[in-house]
Write a protein of this length. Structure first.
Length: 99
């Protein structure tokens, strides 16, 4: 019985850890997280040299980046300090760093 309880606790701990990691990854890659920070282009294609989403010409909704309501790119991936976007105009990927 003791072995079975340890086994169940181990499985529950692993599942809880996976849920926490998935939630954190989802939040970091969300439009909400991206819009709360300022981003500076570091290399390759550019949607804009400096992206600021609050009170700016840039907006982001569901991973789509707009400049004055014109579609300019897509959010591909974001993790903490780094952002990867696809630039529609330059037809390539660009890298941004959190300012």
């Amino acid at each position: 019985m003791n072995f079975m309880m340890k086994f169940i606790k181990s499985k529950i701990s692993k599942i809880a850890l996976i849920i926490v990691v998935v939630c954190c990854a989802y939040y970091l890659g969300s439009s909400y997280y991206v819009s709360k920070h300022e981003w500076k282009n570091s290399q390759y294609a550019s949607v804009g040299d400096f992206l600021v989403f609050e009170d700016s010409i840039y907006t982001i909704k569901w991973g789509v980046i707009y400049n004055q309501h014109q579609y300019v790119g897509n959010l591909i991936f974001c993790i903490e300090d780094y952002l990867i976007v696809y630039s529609r105009n330059e037809k390539g990927f660009g890298f941004y760093c959190k300012k």
